[in-house]
Design a protein around this ligand. Structure first.
Ligand code: GLT
Ligand code: MN
Ligand code: MN
Length: 392
């Protein structure tokens, strides 16, 4: 076995909609056949993934009867068991049907909101039946092109009502399920409400059951907004709210590219893996490493599996590089040189004595201003680790 072969401990997952993406775009038809979910499960097992995630309609076609649904789910469960894959996350398609053109939970028409809520109840039941413990909410259509259509506060209130309703449903059913909210600034709507992970983190504090709800940051979505993905993820970790993560790659200023993990901005990818693997502080984040990405439109199914292997291989390579970087004596030395424990006790937990002690401190600000911090050297060492020029 190669050291870069994925193992279950890596917690690598893909969505049915990712490796099953047929390559349709706004300007062109599908370039790949639509695969059967059971075949995607077999393919994912072959490349070494641990789990598969899904929308309700990735598995059960929209409008299927109860008996059709049950037959599909039975066959899918058999495939999961046969290939040893789990379903850690599930979600609802609240964006494809034309009824959702004005939003789902935030649409002006209460009949649309009722349909969205009912569809999500069924999709939650499906996810739980398949073993999911995380339920994602990506409000792709929860936005607008013209703010003349509603007060944005009304949209927030409706979205809150829906989440509160669904949290109570989960509690009443006794499900072990947490919600993860996924932000995106735009596309397919002109503006999507709650545009970033930061917006979501605050919104969660306004819910009836904030303890059940966290975030699902996506590389592409934060990058589209021009933001630092690592900072968003770090804030979610700090709040104890990183319930899921969507890994892919993206260039700033483009449409949502959902590229193979690590194929753009290797620095952000490296720093993301460093954070998740905890190579700096020794604390590994234990959630799924979910790749919400798809193969280039140039690919046939062989290329799709190359894409999937590539996501996992790059993640593992970056994890190795991150471990080597944080173990590098020169890195440790450079980091140690910028910090000390001197009077750090004065900097937290206010008291009148500490205020007096702070005022009495002798601080040579000119010397501080003149001192070089060595971050150029540090960053170059990081680049050399990423390029494999250091650290074995
Ligand atoms: C859709 C979107 C993704 C979301 C998925 C979950 S669906 O592919 O582009 O970012 O994570 O609904
Ligand atoms: Mn996503
Ligand atoms: Mn995306």
């Amino acid at each position: 076995m190669d050291r870069l072969d994925p193992t279950p401990d890596d917690r690598f997952t893909f969505g049915l909609w990712t490796v099953g993406n047929p390559g349709r775009d706004p300007f062109g038809e599908a370039v790949r056949p639509v695969s059967r979910p059971v075949d995607l499960v077999a393919g994912l097992a072959r490349v070494g993934a641990w789990g598969v995630n899904l929308h309700d309609n990735d598995l059960v076609p929209f409008g299927a009867s109860a008996s059709e649904r049950d037959a599909i789910v039975r066959e899918f469960k058999q495939a999961l068991a046969e290939h040893g894959l789990v379903v850690p996350m599930a979600t609802t398609n609240l964006f494809s049907h034309p009824a959702f053109k004005d939003g789902a939970f935030t649409a002006n028409d209460p009949a649309v909101r009722a349909f969205a809520l009912r569809k999500t109840l069924d999709a939650i039941d499906l996810g739980v039946e398949l073993g999911a413990s995380t339920y994602v909410f990506w409000g792709g259509r929860e936005g607008c092109e013209t703010d003349a259509c509603r007060d944005p506060r009304e949209a927030l209130a409706r979205f809150r009502d829906a989440l509160d309703f669904l949290c109570d449903y989960v509690r009443e059913q006794g499900y072990e399920l947490r919600f993860a909210l996924e932000a995106k600034p735009n596309e397919p709507r002109g503006d999507i409400y709650l545009a970033t992970t930061g917006h979501m983190l605050h919104f969660i504090t306004t819910l009836a059951h904030p303890e059940m709800v966290g975030v699902n940051p996506e590389v592409a979505h934060e990058t589209m907004a021009g933001l630092s993905f690592v900072h968003g993820v770090a804030q979610a970790l700090d709040a104890g709210k990183l319930f899921h993560i969507d890994l892919n790659a993206q260039r700033i200023g483009r449409y949502d590219q959902d590229l193979r993990f690590g194929s753009e901005d290797l620095r952000q990818a490296f720093l993301t893996v460093r954070l998740l693997e905890g190579t700096l502080d020794g604390q590994r984040w234990e959630g799924s490493r979910h790749f919400d990405a798809h193969a280039y439109r140039s690919e046939d199914m062989n290329g799709v599996w190359d894409f999937a292997r590539g996501c996992m291989r790059t993640y593992k390579l970056l994890a190795e590089r991150a471990r080597a970087f944080d173990a590098d004596p020169e890195v440790r030395e450079l980091l140690a040189a910028t910090r000390s424990d001197a009077h750090t006790d004065l900097l937290r937990e206010h008291s009148a004595e500490k205020v007096a002690a702070l005022r009495a401190l002798t601080i040579d600000v000119d010397a501080l201003g003149a001192q070089g911090l060595g971050y150029e050297r540090l960053d170059q060492i990081m680049v050399e680790h990423i390029l494999g020029a250091r650290g074995g």
